[in-house]
Design a protein around this ligand. Structure first.
Ligand code: ADP
Ligand code: MG
Length: 258
C-alpha cells in the first residue's frame, strides 16, 4: 500500500453533532514542546471531547508522555495554544507509581491533604478510593511492601480520590506481570464507564499511552499514532485497525503485533 497523506486520515471521529453539543475538554492548536534543543512535540492539533477514551501509541521517544504531561499542565507549550474548557479536573497516573514509606491509606490521603482537603476528610476519601480499586483490605499496610500490581492500583486510587473529569494514564501496565496487567485493564475499563464531576450525563474522559495494541483495541474509542512528536494518524479505533493507515503507522502496527 502506498503512503497516504495523514491529513486525509485525520478526520473528526466523533459525530459533528456531538461536537456542536459538547465543547472539547482540551483544544490544542499547532502546539510545540521543546526541551532545550529537543523538539518533543511539533504542530500538534487535537481536540479531546468529554467521554472519549483516547489511546496514544508510537515508538519510544515519539512524544506520548510529553503530550500527557502537557494535557496535565506539567509541561508548558513552547509554541501554539492549549485550551482547557470548563476547567476539567485532571488526574494522572505515571508510568512508575511513586509510593511513600507509609500506609496505603496515608499515601492516598496525603495527595488530598496537599490539595488542602482536611486530614480527616482526606482519610475518608482515601478509604473510599482504596475500596474503589479493591485495596481496602491492605489500607493499613506499608505501601512499599505492596506488589507491583497493588502499587499501580494505589496510584489509581490516588488519581481517583481527586474526583477527576479526565484521567491521564502513562503506560499504566508497562511494568506489570500478565495477571496484574489484566487487573489494571479491568480497572481502566471500569473507570472509563464511570462519570466525572459533571454527573452521569458526562462520562469520565481517559487518555492513555500504551505499547499493547490488544489493550488499545479493548479500551480505546480513538487511536492517535505519534512519530517524532507529530500526529500521523488520529482515527476511531475501528478505522485505525481496519482501514488504511499512513505507511509509518501501518509498519508500526505490524511490528507491534508481530
Ligand atoms: P514517549 O513517551 O513517546 O517515549 P517522550 O515524550 O518521553 O516520548 O519523549 C519525547 C522526546 O523528548 C524524546 O526525544 C525524549 O528523549 C525527549 N524528552 C522527554 N523528556 C525530556 C526531558 N525532561 N528533557 C529532555 N528531553 C526530554
Ligand atoms: Mg513515555
Amino acid at each position: 500500500m502506498s503512503a497516504l497523506p495523514s491529513q486525509a486520515l485525520r478526520r473528526a471521529h466523533s459525530s459533528e453533532q456531538a461536537c456542536a453539543i459538547d465543547p472539547p475538554l482540551f483544544a490544542l492548536r499547532d502546539l510545540t514542546v521543546r526541551y532545550g534543543a529537543v523538539q518533543a512535540l511539533t504542530d500538534v492539533n487535537l481536540r479531546v471531547l468529554p467521554g472519549e477514551r483516547v489511546a496514544l501509541i508510537g515508538s519510544n521517544g515519539s512524544g506520548k508522555s510529553t503530550l500527557l504531561r502537557t494535557l496535565h499542565g506539567l509541561v508548558r507549550p513552547s509554541a501554539g495554544q492549549l485550551r482547557r474548557d470548563g476547567a476539567p479536573r485532571v488526574a494522572m497516573v505515571f508510568q512508575r507509581p511513586f509510593v511513600l514509606r507509609t500506609s496505603a491509606l496515608n499515601n492516598v490521603a496525603l495527595g488530598l491533604w496537599l490539595r488542602r482537603v482536611r486530614w480527616q476528610q482526606a482519610r475518608a476519601q482515601a478509604a473510599a478510593a482504596l475500596q474503589r480499586v479493591g485495596l481496602q483490605a491492605i489500607a493499613r499496610q506499608n505501601a512499599r511492601t505492596l506488589s507491583g500490581g497493588q502499587q499501580q492500583r494505589l496510584a489509581f486510587a490516588r488519581a481517583w480520590a481527586l474526583r477527576p473529569d479526565v484521567l491521564l494514564l502513562d503506560e499504566p501496565t508497562a511494568s506489570l506481570d500478565p495477571h496484574a496487567k489484566r487487573e489494571i485493564e479491568a480497572l481502566m475499563a471500569d473507570f472509563a464507564a464511570s462519570h466525572g464531576n459533571a454527573g452521569p450525563q458526562q462520562p469520565l474522559t481517559t487518555v492513555f499511552s500504551s505499547h499493547n495494541l490488544g489493550q488499545v483495541k479493548r479500551l480505546a474509542s480513538r487511536v492517535i499514532y505519534l512519530e517524532h512528536g507529530r500526529i500521523l494518524a488520529d482515527l476511531p479505533v475501528h478505522d485505525f485497525f481496519n482501514g488504511p493507515l499512513p505507511e509509518a503507522a501501518r509498519l508500526f502496527v505490524k511490528g507491534e503485533i508481530a
